[in-house]
Write a protein that binds this ligand. Structure first.
Ligand code: HEC
Length: 504
């Protein structure tokens, strides 16, 4: 035992020794060390690294290299090779440790013994294993064999640019609806009429987007992206190689040419794929764009940037021509689930698990406002438009100074409490106080957790727009009118009856 701790510090040495040992008949011991080193690296990669790496560095501790582990964090060297008893890294793992590592999980006795052994054997390092992306769980054939018809959450929806067709993900299907408005005499009601069902994916549809010209619809699910031509129910193409996880968000650039796809593996990382729609080829992949799931992408109206928000609590702004990250905004205390640029593109609103909406100034990267309803639950969707009522008012106001003061911001927010809210009259330089900084209006509530939204605006600002569409975790669809009245709802049992469920 005393000899090898100081020899085996790289996997290469270990591998050579393993071979040598095999020849000398010592194989069981030395090869076991190599194996144990690999196990230690896998454990640290899966359980520790996300909080102890360059972007996070909790407690001042990096576990990205052997030297960093030896150096330790704010308190003490984390690893003393050959001396488990002196290694601070092991202290936090015990059930009664404070702080406890990892903070919300208890490692098993076996895992702790394995790490103890690893340190006593010299704490060899295996950077390759450490860097290897955790293999996503192999798609379980049973899971993928047609989702149960009862599981049809509406996790995503997208309204065509002409506001006539609503695409929704319902389980593994993309269901298309005609959005029918009330006729002049109010005889027919506002409603969604099921038009067609595209049996799109084997797994739940996670993301949908229309191209700005309304010609193409893209859908994303587990390791799969499909592109559909409007009006056809066979996919133009399917992309399923080079994807690692769930396609959690899709966006198409203003010129209709490029698809951005967020490819997320929870608590591991998220890559961004840049896909050319004409050739259906991945032009570029931004590896590790975030260190956890990307929940939303918003393209800036000036066509120069886009924003991504993630479970890693960060907001990143990217340049659309160089594909480089140009800013990282930090301030949310939980997953950031939603983002939307202001119509002018000068500001970005974000919201998430911490139940607040933050407004950021793009130029200065500063937080302008924080607001939100108490106990509304995580903010799952945001959309920012210019309020048609206020635009009208502004245009009608003859006094120039007064007109200038009319604020046209209108932010729609949906959350898990089932009550959509709008925020207007955004106050500038209000500081980061909650529930100030904007005027809140609550819409009629229903009891389901809302997961996705779409807004129908009219180009001429005509009443009764804007309409708010939302889909719920339990598979329902809702429409609210401009004054916040719930004007349409459809629940999943009705949906299954008139869809083609079972036809496949
Ligand atoms: C969810 C985030 C998270 C994960 C996962 C996590 N840690 Fe930590 N770690 C922290 C935080 C936060 C601190 C600082 C705690 C404090 O000082 O109160 C810390 C501190 C430490 C320290 C003390 C550093 C010092 O010198 O003060 C050690 C050692 C440590 N962690 C080891 C581990 C190990 C080993 C794992 C995996 C088994 C792990 N951590 C997983 C968040 C995490």
């Amino acid at each position: 035992m005393p000899l090898y701790p100081f020899i085996i510090t790289t996997p290469k040495t270990a591998a050579w020794l393993c071979l040598l040992a095999f020849l000398l008949g010592l194989a069981p011991t030395l090869c076991a060390i190599e194996k144990n080193t690999q196990l230690a690296m896998e454990l640290m990669r899966d359980e520790c690294l996300r909080c102890h790496k360059k972007e996070k560095k909790k407690g001042g501790l990096l576990l990205t290299s052997r030297q960093a582990a030896l150096d330790g964090g704010d308190t003490a060297p984390a690893v003393v090779p050959g001396k488990a008893a002196d290694s601070f890294l092991l202290e936090g793992l015990e059930a009664d440790a404070d702080p406890h590592m990892p903070p919300k999980k208890q490692l098993s006795k076996k895992e702790i013994q394995m790490l103890t052994l690893w340190i006593n054997q010299g704490a060899a390092w295996d950077a390759k294993t450490l860097a290897k992306i955790k293999a996503p769980p192999a798609p379980n054939a049973k899971d993928l064999a047609v989702l149960p018809s009862s599981y049809r959450p509406v996790l995503t929806m997208a309204l065509s640019p002409d506001a006539k067709t609503l695409a929704t993900g319902q389980g593994g299907d993309v269901v298309l609806f005609d959005f029918l408005q009330a006729d002049a005499k109010q005889k027919t009601k506002i409603r969604l009429q099921s038009k067609s069902v595209l049996p799109a994916h084997k797994d739940a549809v996670q993301s949908l987007v229309w191209s700005p010209d309304g010609q193409l619809l893209a859908s994303g699910a587990h390791r799969e992206i499909r592109i559909w031509k409007s009006g056809q129910d066979k996919a133009l193409f399917t992309l399923n190689d080079k994807l690692n996880g769930r396609i959690t968000f899709l966006a198409i650039t203003h010129d209709n040419k490029t698809l951005l796809a967020a490819d997320s593996t929870p608590s591991v990382n998220a890559d961004l794929h840049i896909i050319d729609l004409a050739s259906s080829k991945i032009l570029r992949t931004i590896k590790d764009a975030h260190s956890d799931t990307i929940f939303s992408i918003s393209l800036s109206p000036d066509k120069k940037h886009f924003a991504t928000v993630s479970a890693d609590k960060l907001i990143k702004i990217w340049d659309l021509s160089t594909w480089k990250s140009v800013a990282t905004l930090e301030g949310h205390t939980g997953f950031v689930l939603a983002c939307t640029y202001s119509p002018g593109g000068d500001r970005l609103a974000t919201g998430g698990d911490d139940e607040v909406i933050k407004v950021w100034d793009i130029k200065s990267k500063k937080q302008l406002q924080t607001f939100g309803a108490k106990l509304a639950g995580p903010i799952t969707g945001l959309r920012w438009i210019s309020d048609p009522e206020k635009i009208k008012k502004k245009a009608a106001e003859k006094n120039k100074a007064k007109a200038a003061k009319i604020n046209t911001d209108k932010i729609f927010a949906i959350s898990q409490d089932g009550r959509p809210r709008t925020y207007g009259d955004l106050v500038l330089h209000d500081g980061a106080q909650r529930s100030t900084g904007a005027r809140e209006k609550a819409y009629a509530a229903q009891k389901e957790s809302l997961a996705t939204l779409a807004i129908a605006t009219s180009k001429d600002g005509k009443a009764p727009f804007p309409f708010l569409f939302a889909g719920s975790d339990s598979g329902s669809l809702f429409i609210w009118d401009a004054v916040g009245k719930l004007v349409f709802q459809q629940h999943p049992d009705i949906q299954v009856a008139n869809s083609t469920a079972g036809k496949k």
